[in-house]
Unconditional design. Structure first.
Length: 250
C-alpha cells in the first residue's frame, strides 16, 4: 500500500513539473516585443501608427518655448496630412497655421490610408535658423522609416532624408516649456499665441540645395539604417521622444 502511494505521489509531482515547464515555454513565446500602439487618449488617425522623435541640436531648445511650438506644429501637420483633415492636428493647430492650411495639407498625398495603414517613426533635428526682427525661420532635417501594408504584407523601408522649413511669429502668450511626458499627443493647447506664416513639408527642389545635401550627409546615429524588406510584420514604431504631458498648462 505504501509503495503504491509513493508511486502516486511521484506521478503527481512529475505532472506538476511538466505543467510548469509548459507554462514557462508559453511565457517565453508570448514575451516577444509588440509594435507600439496609440494609447486610448492619443488622438491619431487609425491608419497612421507613426511616432515622433526629436534629436537635440544647437539650433533650438527642444524643451523650450520654440521647441514646443515647432514640435507641435510639425507633428500636427503630419497627423493632419495622414488623416486628410486639419482636425487631426493638436488643439490650437488651425489658429497657429496660415489661412490656407487646408490646401497645404491636400497638396501632399500621404502613403498611408485605411486600405494601406502605416507604421513607423519620424526623426527631426534642427539644421539652421534665420532670425529677423519679428520672424524666425527654422530649417529641420527629417529622417525616419515606415512600413506600409499592401496586399496583406508589410513593405518596409527607410525614408529619404529631406529638409523641412517653418517660419513663425511670436505673440502674447508663449508656448509652455518642458512639455515632455509619456503621452504621444498633448492633452491641451501648446501653441500659445504664436503662429506659423509658412511651412514647407518637403523642401526639395529640382536642383539639389545645400540644405538637402546637409541633411543627407548628417544622418544621426539614432536613425535606423536598414535595407528595404517585405514580410508579415511591420518594423515596430519606437516610443516618442520627448513625448508630451497628458495635460497642458495653457
Amino acid at each position: 500500500m505504501g509503495q503504491r502511494r509513493r508511486h502516486g505521489l511521484a506521478a503527481i509531482a512529475a505532472a506538476a513539473l511538466s505543467a510548469l515547464a509548459l507554462s514557462a515555454c508559453q511565457t517565453t513565446t508570448d514575451t516577444s516585443p509588440a509594435p507600439s500602439s496609440p494609447a486610448p487618449t492619443d488622438h491619431v488617425p487609425a491608419a497612421f501608427d507613426v511616432t515622433f522623435r526629436w534629436i537635440p541640436s544647437p539650433v533650438f531648445d527642444v524643451s523650450g518655448n520654440e521647441g514646443t511650438f515647432i514640435r507641435a506644429f510639425v507633428e500636427s501637420f503630419e497627423l493632419a496630412n495622414a488623416g486628410r483633415s486639419v482636425d487631426w492636428g493638436y488643439r490650437g493647430f488651425v489658429d497657429a497655421s496660415p489661412s490656407n492650411i487646408g490646401q497645404m495639407i491636400e497638396a501632399y498625398a500621404p502613403e498611408e490610408s485605411a486600405a494601406h495603414p502605416g507604421v513607423g517613426t519620424a526623426f527631426f533635428t534642427g539644421l539652421r535658423r534665420v532670425d529677423n526682427a519679428d520672424l524666425t525661420r527654422v530649417v529641420l532635417c527629417r529622417f525616419g522609416y515606415r512600413s506600409i501594408k499592401v496586399d496583406g504584407r508589410w513593405q518596409s523601408r527607410v525614408d529619404a532624408p529631406r529638409p523641412v522649413e517653418i517660419d513663425f511669429r511670436r505673440g502674447g502668450i508663449v508656448p509652455p516649456t518642458n512639455t515632455q511626458g509619456t503621452a504621444r499627443t498633448p492633452g491641451g493647447d501648446v501653441f500659445g499665441d504664436w503662429f506659423a506664416t509658412r511651412y514647407d513639408f518637403a523642401a526639395v527642389y529640382p536642383q539639389t540645395t545645400a540644405d538637402e545635401r546637409a541633411c543627407a550627409s548628417a544622418i544621426p546615429a539614432e536613425v535606423p539604417r536598414r535595407a528595404p524588406s517585405a514580410g508579415l510584420q511591420p518594423w515596430p514604431a519606437m516610443e516618442p521622444i520627448p513625448g508630451w504631458r497628458s495635460a497642458s498648462p495653457l
